[in-house]
Write a protein that binds this ligand. Structure first.
Ligand code: ADP
Ligand code: MG
Length: 334
């Protein structure tokens, strides 16, 4: 059973950035307005995320890392939304099977913070022989999740990582995506031991300001906004797209479907084609696109390792979005 859990966890989390993405989503779901991320060795040695969200009740700590239990408490609708991305209350459980996991958390009702350690889905002692009970500790409101020695018991995965700086780049990319998408949340990310912060956004920054901070003024100054929806196709889309003056060497698409950062090669292909054929000077797009689709229409059968998402009426929805972007682009004086 344990081997099965370990394999399943390794399939869901194949790189530190996948664990971090889940932790970011949890922190945002908890209503946080501040997320501080600390990384050591590309996340393999340490991934720590500190939020100021609503925290976790002490009584929930013993079952927190059991598979499926937490999401079972939610409504069916929630479950389908989460299921879309291959996760059903599995993130913390999975992490606990392939890393040393420590959670320190405080709700407003609690007079102190509680710290718990986990291994293989269950509470674990801080040191061998000690009690597994969560311990009271000092702490601010919110939650701190510490993931140490990721893949310590999965040698094959460890070997797959060549460079911590490559993993860190992927981490910064994902943090940057959520920083743009999550208005009202301040993000910061830094390497352990470094005095300088790699990325830091303000919670009061507008979306364009966050794009400017992360992707530079050249792109931020050229953005046009768009919005399109269709009741029959069951979607609402909005975002920003670079106009013809901005020449990006590489396509950048920040895609969120139902507020989760995902990839869609169909969307990427369609937008690249729009830019290369429609714009007089050609070029690659920079697009931030937030797409809300009825959860029932998003493919729930996508394998967890696949970051790709499929949805019903994909061609029609993509066509509607690219048409709207094309109209907005043609209104710009180029
Ligand atoms: P899921 O998010 O699918 O429920 P997870 O394993 O990601 O499963 O998280 C389990 C549960 O732990 C969440 O449902 C939530 O109740 C709680 N939780 C996790 N992270 C946080 C956090 N940063 N703040 C508050 N609660 C959290
Ligand atoms: Mg989660």
């Amino acid at each position: 059973q344990d081997v099965v859990n370990k394999i399943a966890a390794g399939e869901i989390i194949v790189a530190p950035v996948h664990a971090l993405k889940e932790l970011i989503e949890n922190a945002v779901d908890a209503g946080s307005t501040s997320l501080e991320i600390l990384v050591k060795d590309g996340g393999l040695k340490l991934l720590q995320i500190t939020d100021n969200g609503h925290g976790i009740n002490r009584d929930d700590l013993p079952i927190l890392c059991e598979r499926f239990t937490t999401s079972k408490l939610k409504t069916f609708e929630d479950l389908t939304t989460i299921g879309t991305y291959g996760f059903r209350g599995e993130a913390l459980a999975s992490i606990s099977h392939i890393a040393h996991l420590t959670i320190t958390t405080k709700t407003v009702e609690s007079s102190c913070a509680w710290r718990a350690h986990y291994a293989d889905g269950k509470l674990a002692p801080a040191k061998p022989g000690q009690s597994t009970d969560p311990k009271p500790t000092a702490g601010r409101g919110g939650t701190q999740i510490t993931v140490e020695d990721l893949f310590y018991n999965v040698p094959s995965r460890q070997k797959a990582f060549k460079s911590p700086s490559e993993e860190y780049a992927k981490i910064l990319d994902v943090v940057g995506r959520y920083a743009v998408h999550c208005g009202g949340v301040a993000f910061s990310c830094k390497k352990h031991g470094d005095s300088s912060i790699s990325l830091s956004t303000s919670k009061d920054a507008s979306r364009v300001d966050s794009i400017r901070l992360i992707h530079g003024s050249a792109v931020a100054n050229e953005l046009i906004s768009f919005e399109v929806s269709d009741q029959n196709l069951g979607f609402t889309a909005s975002g920003y797209a670079s106009n013809a003056n901005y020449h990006v060497k590489k396509t950048t698409i920040l895609l969120f479907i139902n507020h989760r950062s995902v990839e869609s090669s169909a969307i990427k292909k369609a937008l690249e084609q729009t830019y290369s054929t429609f714009l007089p000077k050609g070029g690659h797009p920079f697009i931030y696109l937030s797409l809300d689709i009825d959860p029932q229409r998003v493919d729930v059968n996508v394998h967890p390792t696949k970051r790709e998402v499929n949805f019903l009426n994909e061609d029609e929805i993509i066509e509607a979005i690219r048409t709207e972007i094309r109209i907005k682009l043609s209104e710009v004086d180029t």
